[in-house]
Design a protein around this ligand. Structure first.
Ligand code: C6P
Length: 402
């Protein structure tokens, strides 16, 4: 087990005496001092633009930024450094694929396959592009237990299927989806494969070479890194064949008044001044997670998940959703006669932070026939006492409302 007290010592937000039970890491995570220092270190010691500032601190900033690309490659076993594109978030990464790949490659009668379990970030961009291109959108159905029903996957994927985009781990149920099986079925028809790894990369060892997908997206802020930085990993040949997503500085090779040519991949997709400090902070976040150990983090979360399910299942009037065998440390639930927003506000008075709402996954809520759930999600700084306090506070709130 991880030494949670020692880990909390690394996170300044835990340094005050007030009770702080943070159970919303699926939304965003707390930041260790090393990440804060990396961000402020850039601003205080070598703030300069990258790839263009012809002086010492410019070289230093460019080097620090480009080193993070190599770090991401190594962290996720990406075949090539040039496959790593910095964006502002998972949302931007997925939109980049939808627009830059979709506008060039989708036609009428083509199909894009997503699932009923997707976060809106992996659904709405495909709705926009499918409509624009006259393509259709198909769905892998959700089962009531919070897993994807892939028993008829071969019927859902046909020669018309040009792209399959699936969440690696659900932000609502925590379900780890059978992405390798789905990728294999997509490859059978030559479809391009995209994984939304926003909830996977922070919590498990992810190996891009082994997954063998074409695109993979994730966010820095869900893995103890800064907000404003995300990553898109793309297969180099596909990236090279795509048009740019945004035009501007640094993404060009030559520009005349009439037309432009493009910089090499990945810079072709990094128009303008990027989020330099945030990328450098992401590098520090990766170092931090690796120093703790991804397997140790995963084991800790599994133990919290099992304990949490056990404790919460004993709370009177509490309904749990989803029970996948392969699942990350995310627990959605509702409490009889207590609106989830009221529950979150009452728990907050006890120093407990949870998320309440549709979790940007309204089709899941529609499937379950509800409008919202409460959700507790765990990370490396949580312990079993957090779960005991959560259960106590839920019981107290339920007594008030009932
Ligand atoms: N889910 C949650 O509380 P951004 O906002 O771009 O960093 O991440 C979007 C996103 C995409 N896919 C999945 C699976 C996600 O969980 C998220 C973010 C947060 O569940 C905020 S809605």
């Amino acid at each position: 087990m991880l030494d949670v007290n020692k880990i909390r010592g690394d996170f300044p937000i835990y340094h005050s005496d007030r009770l702080f039970v943070y159970l919303d890491s699926a939304s965003t995570t707390q930041k260790p001092q090393v990440v804060i220092d990396a961000v402020s270190g850039y601003y205080s010691a070598y703030a300069a633009n990258i790839h263009r500032a012809l002086y010492e601190i410019g070289d230093r900033a460019t080097d620090a930024y480009e080193q993070v690309r190599i770090k991401v490659k190594q962290f996720l076993n990406v075949p090539e450094t040039h496959s790593v594109i910095f964006t502002k978030s998972t949302t931007e990464s997925l939109n980049l694929v939808a627009y830059a790949w979709g506008l060039k490659n989708l036609c009428q009668h083509d199909a894009v396959l997503v699932s009923e379990m997707e976060h809106h970030s992996n659904l709405v961009p495909w709705q926009l592009i499918a409509e624009k291109m006259g393509a259709s959108l198909k769905f892998i159905p959700l089962s009531d237990n919070g897993t994807l029903n892939i028993s008829h996957i071969d019927a859902l994927i046909s020669s018309n299927t040009k792209l399959v985009s699936i969440g690696h781990q659900s932000n609502v149920f925590g379900t780890v989806n059978p992405v390798k099986e789905i990728i294999a079925a997509a490859k059978n028809v030559g479809a391009v494969t995209v994984l939304d790894g926003a909830q996977a990369v922070p919590h498990m060892t992810v190996d891009i070479t082994d997954l063998d997908c074409d695109f993979y997206a994730f966010s820095g802020h869900k893995m103890v890194g800064p907000t404003g930085v995300g990553v898109l990993i793309g297969r180099t040949e596909l990236l090279e064949a795509m048009d740019p997503f945004m035009g501007g500085g640094e993404m060009i090779n030559t520009v005349t008044m009439e037309k432009s040519t493009w910089n090499d991949v990945p810079w072709k997709f990094e128009a303008g001044t990027p989020n330099i400090a945030q990328v450098i902070g992401l590098g520090a976040a990766i170092d931090y997670l690796q120093s703790v150990g991804m397997n140790a983090i995963h084991d800790q979360e599994q133990s919290l998940l099992n304990y949490g399910l056990d404790v919460l299942s004993q709370v009177k009037g509490l309904t749990l959703y989803g029970n996948a065998d392969d699942r990350g440390a995310v627990i959605p639930f509702n409490v009889d006669n207590v609106h989830t927003h009221d529950l979150a506000k009452f728990l907050d008075t006890d120093g407990i932070c949870i998320r309440a709402g549709h979790h940007c996954a309204q089709p899941i809520m529609d499937h379950l026939g509800i409008s919202a759930t409460a959700r507790a999600s765990f990370y490396l700084y949580n312990d079993k006492n957090d779960i005991d306090l959560l259960a106590e506070s839920i019981e107290k709130t339920a007594r008030i409302f009932n």
